[in-house]
Design a protein around this ligand. Structure first.
Ligand SMILES: [Zn+2]
Length: 171
């Protein structure tokens, strides 16, 4: 079975795909939508013509699993719907038994994917450790491991900031 690379928009904006002679690239329709309005549109079109890039969509169970994982890592507040879909697509492929690597330069995407046990690749090489985020209030210093989309401090109402709660060494 050939290797599948699930690509986010940032990777399609770069020339990373030209360095990978084998394997199949897949991405979501919302990522292609982002690419369509950029100069990298031509690259995506060429890859599609060469049968190397396919459009696919994640299974609903995978979307659920990704949201749950992003809650746990604390990345949920910075992940867009497009981000969640691309991680979920990689999760779906893996669930079907494919050999899948999620390629992204977005640290929150990589972090959540890693937490789900997916193989990740960061062409920018900035992603080193899996991080668990927590929240801290810059005003009253209240700390919270309880992560919701509501970022207001329960003590004083200031918008809390993310900080690194735990780092795991990359596997
Ligand atoms: Zn506070």
């Amino acid at each position: 079975m050939s290797q599948i690379y699930v690509l986010d928009a940032g990777v399609l904006f770069s020339d990373w795909t030209s360095k990978i002679p084998d394997g199949l690239f897949v991405t979501t329709s919302s990522v292609l939508e982002e690419v369509r309005n950029r100069p990298s549109k031509l690259r995506a079109e060429m890859l599609t013509l060469l049968d190397r890039l396919q459009e696919d969509f994640p299974a609903p169970e995978s979307l659920k699993a990704v949201r749950l994982a992003a809650d746990k890592t604390g990345d949920k507040s910075v992940l867009s719907e497009v981000d969640i879909e691309i991680i979920a697509l990689a999760h779906s492929k893996k669930s079907l038994g494919a050999i899948t690597t999620l390629v992204s330069t977005d640290l929150a995407v990589l972090n959540t994917a890693r937490h789900l046990g997916l193989t990740v690749l960061d062409p920018s090489r900035r992603f080193k450790h899996e991080i668990v985020w927590a929240l801290k209030c810059p005003a009253c210093k209240h700390k919270s491991r309880f992560r919701t989309t509501n970022l207001e401090c329960p003590v004083c109402g200031t918008i809390m900031r993310r900080y690194v709660h735990k780092k795991h060494k990359s596997r």
